[in-house]
Design a protein. Structure first.
Length: 333
């Protein structure tokens, strides 16, 4: 390897790595020198290097001590140069650690992990989603992208925060979009519905351009933008306005003795929804019979999915068909 290549590789290293290499080189130089000057006191080169590090770090074990004038002069130069270098290295290392923590808090540090979830948009729904995810999957790594939040401390919320526009490739690269497991885009309720949906769709296009296979869950406010979100590449559409309107109507017509529907939704946080292919033995069976079978397995049968059509509680005598998907709910394991 030529000197030119070595110099090129050296200058590409981080400052901390460069300092460490310089310290190793200088300590080795002093170690070799003291071994050559006083071979009886320092039988091996490693003994000399050990003495150089112990002396420069001001530890001073005293197991190796130069006795000659030349050896003591080498020791003086070592104290004047090596001690300052090690102190400078420790200072730079500490400053780099503090700077990295500040960058993480301010959303400037890139995420290097894989198999993570990406939440786009910081709001109350995201906070609740984060709490639910951490309750059921405490080891799950989460990256949050938001353009309005200036800082987010990891000790308060265990996520890797990235400040930026999720519709830009640079921000998505910081979130390591290529190795993410799933993305959820929440609508910005501080914007007009059309503007919020446009940003969601633009973000979906940017994500799909960086990862063709990544599942994208997108929250859309306006029904007219659902098709555009699907064309952009969204895998699942959450129509929050439709859901909230239905919930409000239920509350509007709720009887005095009934519990608020919102309380039931809160309890559903401890439940897991799932789809399962209809077992062969349940083909042509009634919905009642399938419900009883599911209950024995700890699942509650809510309905079926047939040819992309949802059928919730279709009736006890409803007959199941071969291609049906069962919609069930069970406690999180």
């Amino acid at each position: 390897m030529s000197v030119k290549i070595i110099k090129s590789l050296y200058f590409k290293l981080p400052v901390i790595a460069k300092l460490l290499l310089v310290i190793l080189f200088i300590m080795s130089l002093f170690g070799i020198s003291i071994h050559l000057v006083e071979p009886e006191q320092f039988p091996t080169i490693f003994d000399g290097i050990w003495w150089a590090f112990v002396t420069a770090a001001t530890v001073g074990y005293g197991d190796f001590v130069p006795l000659t004038i030349r050896g003591k002069i080498i020791g003086i130069f070592l104290i004047l140069t090596g001690g300052g270098l090690i102190a400078f290295y420790i200072t730079r290392f500490s400053a780099a650690a503090i700077r990295h923590q500040q960058n993480q808090t301010q959303g400037k540090a890139a995420f290097k992990g894989k198999g993570h979830l990406i939440f786009i948009g910081w709001n109350e729904r995201t906070r609740q989603l984060l709490d639910i995810t951490m309750d059921h999957e405490p080891e799950q790594r989460i990256v949050l992208i938001d353009r309005s939040l200036n800082h987010l401390a990891y000790q308060h919320y265990p996520v890797h925060f990235i400040h930026g526009d999720a519709s830009e490739d640079e921000t998505l690269a910081q979130a390591n979009i290529e190795h993410a497991e799933r993305v959820i885009i929440t609508a910005d309720l501080s914007e007009h519905e059309r503007q919020a949906d446009n940003y969601t769709i633009l973000t979906t296009v940017a994500i799909r351009g960086n990862n063709h296979d990544l599942p994208i869950v997108a929250e859309i406010l306006s029904k007219t933008q659902i098709e555009n979100a699907l064309r952009a590449g969204a895998t699942t559409i959450i129509k929050s306005n439709d859901f909230m309107s239905t919930l409000l109507y239920h509350e509007l017509r709720r009887t005095e003795t009934a519990k608020p529907f919102e309380d039931i939704l809160y309890l559903l946080k401890s439940q897991q929804f799932s789809h399962m292919k209809l077992p062969q033995e349940l083909e042509e069976a009634t919905f009642r019979h399938a419900s009883n079978i599911c209950l024995k397995d700890g699942r509650l049968l809510l309905g079926i999915l047939r040819s992309d059509e949802w059928m919730i509680n279709p009736g006890p005598d409803f007959l199941l068909q071969k291609e049906d998907m069962l919609i069930t709910i069970r406690p999180w394991s």
